[in-house]
Design a protein around this ligand. Structure first.
Ligand SMILES: *[C@@H]1O[C@H](CO)[C@@H](O)[C@H](O)[C@H]1NC(C)=O
Ligand SMILES: *[C@@H]1O[C@H](CO)[C@@H](O)[C@H](O)[C@H]1NC(C)=O
Ligand SMILES: *[C@@H]1O[C@H](CO)[C@@H](O)[C@H](O)[C@H]1NC(C)=O
Ligand SMILES: *[C@@H]1O[C@H](CO)[C@@H](O)[C@H](O)[C@H]1NC(C)=O
Ligand SMILES: *[C@@H]1O[C@H](CO)[C@@H](O)[C@H](O)[C@H]1NC(C)=O
Ligand SMILES: *[C@@H]1O[C@H](CO)[C@@H](O)[C@H](O)[C@H]1NC(C)=O
Ligand SMILES: *[C@@H]1O[C@H](CO)[C@@H](O)[C@H](O)[C@H]1NC(C)=O
Length: 436
């Protein structure tokens, strides 16, 4: 019995909070119920906190969630947190100050049993170990309310105390001032990695995206990506399995410029972590790929915690976050995203390889599966911009206007644009071999 109690009680508590966290994750995100940036905008004493909330994009996530509490640090305390720290570390510190429940001053002072554990945004990152994602709120003597990391057993220093209320929108958002950050050992020790020291190849390989890593290196696309890293870059890296999927076009038969376009389609020239992509539903995500019809876009849909990217031809769920180091973000995806502009809007139905060799110039609507309605509507217009002969499937390798459209972008000059990139087959094949 003595053995049982110390372990079972924390376990029950952890289970309870986990259940709550899971329930919270199914709570549908609300559109524009509140705007933390706006709430704090006219209060210069929180200007530093407010600017870091925007810079790290945590503001997007706060705005997309309902029933949330922001614990705000005054300027001096916030400056001390951010000073000499990477944005990624500062972001983690801020995540621990966002509680996924509504606590107004009354609720803080009337906690049942005088104490509770609550889930924070840090818990949703998947990097939280043990109870690191939870905050302990305790009523102490004298009517004071103290916050501490659940991972420290309530003993963290400096003591983070509720100091005053800033704003409440009942049951939607509560904004409270606290005296000091809530920390657990290691939270503020993040490596001071800066965008320029990230080795994209190494990060992608470790994340199970070897094929994608070899393709961007072999095609020179990696240089475009590296150049963008200083200002902001998000990569949607397909996992190696995606290149083995049935029905994907034969990448080795793409011209180099089309391959570059396809790879650039998997990146956005800005910092767009998963939580801010959620806020991009209903507005196009402009990728780094471009052609004669302008920038190629993706659209986003959200279901529960799942974020899915749609090309208009196919779609892919975001599988995970490999690197979130503002302003660089690397996410893995399950499928290759095929831009309508290169491959047409019709999904390849037959998984048989001979489909790829089919000279059929039409997207054969008779056999189409239901296409995603939001995107199929705009596909015809972009296709209409292309002269006849640029049929999907067979044409990209010899399509002069798509090549010309991209020439002013990032295609290295002097590269033959219509020569099939056949040796890529060897790269892809060797990557697969490494996997097996
Ligand atoms: C809370 O948010 C919901 C959804 O955004 C909104 O309909 C409601 O009016 C908000 N409540 C208040 C008090 O603003
Ligand atoms: C939130 O408010 C800020 C400042 O007023 C504004 O710039 C921003 O566009 C708003 N965000 C949304 C999603 O409305
Ligand atoms: C940040 O680093 C600079 C230079 O290393 C140092 O002078 C400064 O005191 C540091 N600031 C804080 C708050 O640690
Ligand atoms: C919060 O921390 C205090 C102080 O360590 C502890 O007494 C209390 O049980 C904790 N609350 C919860 C819900 O774990
Ligand atoms: C990046 O990582 C790859 C694979 O781990 C390695 O081959 C390459 O030399 C590294 N590049 C740099 C510049 O360190
Ligand atoms: C892919 O294309 C290359 C070059 O055009 C060709 O050699 C190879 O056989 C094709 N692979 C498949 C599976 O069709
Ligand atoms: C992509 O989105 C941008 C911004 O909304 C728009 O200007 C552009 O026309 C879109 N491109 C295509 C090909 O739809």
């Amino acid at each position: 019995m003595d053995n049982c109690l110390p372990t079972s009680r924390p376990f029950a508590a952890a289970t309870a909070v986990l259940v709550l966290a899971v329930l919270a994750s199914f709570w549908p995100p609300e559109a524009q119920g509140h705007n933390i940036t706006e709430i704090l905008e006219k209060l210069p004493e929180y200007g530093v906190y407010n600017s870091y909330m925007s810079l790290t994009k945590i503001a997007d996530e706060v705005n997309s969630r309902r029933t949330i509490t922001c614990l705000v640090l005054p300027n001096s305390a916030m400056s001390a947190v951010a000073a000499n720290r990477s944005l990624a570390t500062t972001k983690n510190a801020l995540r621990l100050l966002v509680l996924l429940d509504y606590f107004d001053p009354q609720k803080l002072h009337d906690l049942p049993a005088g104490t509770t554990l609550t889930t924070t945004l840090y818990q949703t990152t998947g990097v939280a170990v043990g109870k690191q994602g939870f905050v302990n709120i305790t009523n102490v003597r004298g009517g004071r309310v103290v916050f501490s990391s659940a991972a420290t057993g309530g003993g963290s220093k400096p003591i983070s105390e509720y100091t005053k209320s800033i704003r409440q929108i009942p049951y939607n958002i509560s904004v409270l001032e606290i005296s000091a950050p809530i920390v657990f050992p290691g939270l503020l020790d993040g490596s001071p990695v800066s965008g320029n020291s990230i080795n994209l190849t190494a990060v992608l390989e470790t994340a199970g995206c070897r094929t994608f890593a070899s393709l961007i290196a072999a095609s020179g696309t990696i240089e475009t990506f590296q150049a963008a890293m200083e200002k902001g870059l998000t990569i949607f890296a397909p996992k190696d399995e995606a290149f083995k999927a049935e029905g994907i076009p034969n990448l080795s038969s793409l011209s180099r410029s089309d391959l570059v376009t396809l790879l650039q389609y998997h990146a956005v020239p800005s910092y767009a972590p998963e939580e801010s992509l959620k806020a991009a539903v209903d507005r196009p995500v402009v990728t780094m790929a471009a052609g004669s019809s302008g920038k190629y876009n993706l659209t986003v849909s959200v279901q529960g915690e799942d974020v899915t990217l749609h090309s208009g031809r196919d779609s892919s769920r975001i599988a995970g976050t490999v690197l979130d180091d503002t302003p660089v973000c690397i996410l893995t995806i399950e499928n290759i995203l095929l831009p309508v502009e290169l491959f047409g809007e019709t999904p390849a139905l037959s998984p048989a390889p001979e489909k790829e060799k089919s000279p059929s110039p039409s997207p054969s609507p008779s056999t189409t599966a239901p296409a995603p309605s939001t995107v199929s509507a705009k596909a015809p217009s972009s296709l209409a911009l292309s002269p006849p002969g640029t049929a999907p499937e067979s044409a990209p390798a010899v399509s002069p206007e798509t090549a010309a459209g991209k020439a002013d972008d990032n295609t290295p000059s002097g590269v033959p644009k219509v020569v099939p990139f056949s040796w890529l087959a060897a790269i892809v094949a060797s990557s697969w071999a490494l996997l097996c």
